[in-house]
Ligand binder design. Sequence first.
Ligand code: ATP
Ligand code: MG
Length: 318
Amino acid sequence: DQLGPTVCVGEILVEIVATTVGNGFMEAQSLIGPFASGAPAIFISQCGRLGGSAAMIGAVGADDFGRVNLERLKGDGVDISAISVDPDYPTGSAFVRYREDGSRDFVYNIATSAAARFGWSEDVSNLIGRAGHLHVMGSALSVPSACGVIDKAVDIVKARGGTLSVDPNIRKELKLDEATERRFARLVAKADLLLPSGEELERAAGVEGEANAIRRLFEIGVKEIVLKRGADGATYYSREGESIDAPAFVVREVDPTGAGDCFGGAYLTCRRLGMSPTDALTYAAAAGARNVTVVGPMEGAGTREQLDAFIAATERRS
Ligand code: ATP
Ligand code: MG
């Protein structure tokens, strides 16, 4: 961790959740929120709570939704010096309602919010100049201004001996434009750690079949892969052909949002703090599982003490 903080770039939002299960927002209904959110923000919150040196690049509006996020991240120990406050645009938001079958309806305001309006600045430059690790979420690649920052930041961080992690976080159906697809492929090839979930593994590799995908990803340069499988756990793969299964903890899932981001933030932080893959997987699985027991995308992100208590008290699936 000596080299400098883990930095995450991307969208910062509030999430507002329907309190009942059903279809969409066509009638007046009860909602709960705002909760601090955005996949990159959830990731970095978990890093900070776990005691890793962490910093965020993004933007919020000059409104309470923005202040909810800034206070939250600051309270988690995250360096917020490179989060800008947009004077003209509101903080990004996502309204979410779960359907009976577990799928979700969304009303988003991201592309035309402060969340998408940030770029290279003096504060960003100062932060990247001392960063030790960069984490990129695939979801941030659909934000043009984030891409500019990511492209520049990857080169600087790598040149000073830092590392890169990538969570593809792109649904298989989502078609990216050609430039974004190429940028995504370039980032994957440079990843020291890849954190795909389910079929994102094959999408990132560009080939069918899990074993083929793993082989291909190591061929193109990835150093370490952890595949997330929701309640079925996760698996670590090394270039040397080693694999380690991490069974999930047994919990009652109340809100699945953010599991993968907390898992990734915890895994990366533990690895950067010097833990073995096995120990990092245990904390990561605990972080993901604990987060789904609480309503709100990052409300269940745990501190080291909370995760130790959770691990001691919770059964794992076999
Ligand atoms: P996200 O919805 O945040 O994008 P993801 O698809 O990236 O999630 P998941 O595989 O859903 O990631 O979750 C990451 C990890 O969190 C899993 O590997 C598992 O260890 C833990 N986890 C997720 N859901 C559950 C659950 N219901 N019970 C126990 N552990 C869970
Ligand atoms: Mg994910």
